[in-house]
Design a protein around this ligand. Structure first.
Ligand code: ADP
Ligand code: MN
Ligand code: MN
Ligand code: MN
Length: 369
């Protein structure tokens, strides 16, 4: 990863008390700020812009379509640059508060076909087809805080922290780094209406995790993308970078994944373990197809992470097991004991598109593609 090296973050250097004078101004009745958010042409980057509405939207269908300059987001060339934004989900805005809203959008080309990185469009069709099976997803988003020089936040500038061991779920100034951002993000997600399930400090210092779920169908991807937006936005306030790079430090330092927990109604019912085992048998035959969908570069990012060490399986082999964290698919111990529940796909990369991951699971396990 290359990054311009800067001595300090200009955002962190701003006096954060001044903005309050303006944010405390009364907002006129009936004037609502709607921040439209979308995934750019990299499939990883998020973009947003705001417009004023004169009504409080209750459903995405009430919201106006909008356009943006796709030639500036790797989504179009300059000669035919207008890309459509179609609102698909509404959240409360924890930054602007009040009646202001975040609006998640899908992107469409000028001919109304979905853009290359609009993977929600396809995923939604699959979800609709198997709606009666009530698919649930819980996604564990791991990420790493970086200082403005591109090194993990709080690491010695010439060297490394002590070896991994004391940091996972740790407490204390010598164990965890950046908790303020994690706490702010958790509350912001709850306020927004993201179904955030929890959070924990990870194995590598300055690495953290939050989980969304269980979410029904397409909403897992929606909630995760909004949670990612809020993470970047809040870290920006602190002058810190939150990276979703799956292996920010090479060697014996843990990488970052997006373990995806998956179940259907039959898997959650009595005797569901047999359904889970059927799904695993299908997944075992489609390993390459899943690896290709589990990071934005068709497996190249995950190749740095899925090395077979640091609690991962090898990218080349499919494996599964109960309570085993060195496999592709893990059946949690409690699920094996109850004989029902869910499976955990440990392969998705931290920078995956959750629409691609949940879509692949649905198509392999439920649509038999
Ligand atoms: P781990 O032990 O792998 O660290 P976590 O507690 O971090 O697990 O994450 C478990 C995730 O699984 C949570 O997001 C939770 O919402 C989700 N989950 C729990 N039950 C189900 C289920 N039946 N189907 C799908 N996801 C589930
Ligand atoms: Mn976890
Ligand atoms: Mn984890
Ligand atoms: Mn996990």
């Amino acid at each position: 990863m290359s990054r311009t090296m800067l001595k300090e973050s200009p955002n962190a250097a701003l006096d954060k008390t001044i903005i309050n004078r303006y944010m405390e101004l009364p907002q006129p009745d009936g004037k609502i700020q709607a921040k439209y958010i979308w995934i750019d042409g990299t499939g990883e980057g998020l973009r947003s812009k705001t417009r004023t509405l004169d009504f409080l939207p209750k459903d995405p269908s009430e919201l106006p379509e909008w356009t943006f300059d796709g030639s500036s987001t790797y989504q179009a060339d300059g000669a035919n640059s207008d890309i459509y934004l179609k609102p698909v989900a509404i959240y409360k805005d924890p930054i602007r508060r009040g009646n202001n809203r975040l609006v998640l959008c899908e992107t469409f080309n000028s001919d109304r076909t979905p853009t290359k990185t609009n993977l929600r469009y396809i995923a939604n069709k699959g979800m609709e087809a198997i709606k009666s099976l009530e698919p649930w997803f819980g996604i564990e988003q791991e990420y790493t805080f970086l200082d403005f020089d591109g090194k993990p936040l709080g690491w010695p500038k010439n060297g490394f922290p002590g070896p991994q061991g004391p940091y996972y779920c740790g407490v204390g100034a010598d164990k965890v780094i950046g908790r303020d951002i994690v706490e702010a993000h958790y509350r912001a997600c709850l306020y927004a209406g993201v179904k955030i399930a929890g959070t924990n400090a990870e194995v590598m210092p300055s690495q953290w995790e939050f989980q969304v779920g269980p979410c029904v169908g397409i909403s897992a991807g929606d909630d995760l993308w909004i949670a990612r937006f809020l993470l970047h936005r809040i870290a920006e306030d602190f002058g810190v970078i939150a990276t979703l790079d799956p292996k920010p430090v090479s060697g014996s330092w843990n990488g970052a994944g997006a373990h995806t927990n998956f179940s259907t109604k039959p898997m959650r019912n009595d005797g569901g373990l047999a359904e889970i085992e059927k799904a695993i048998a299908k997944l075992s035959k489609k390993h390459e197809r899943h690896i290709a969908a589990y990071d934005p570069r068709g497996g190249k990012d995950n190749a740095r992470r899925l090395t077979g060490i640091c609690e991962t399986s090898s990218i080349h082999d499919f494996s599964s097991g109960v309570a085993n964290r060195n496999v592709s698919i893990r059946i949690p111990r409690g699920v094996a004991e109850d004989g029902k529940g869910y499976l955990e796909d440990r392969r998705p990369s931290s920078n995956c598109d959750p629409y691609a991951v949940t879509d692949a699971l649905v198509r392999t396990c439920l649509l038999n593609e």
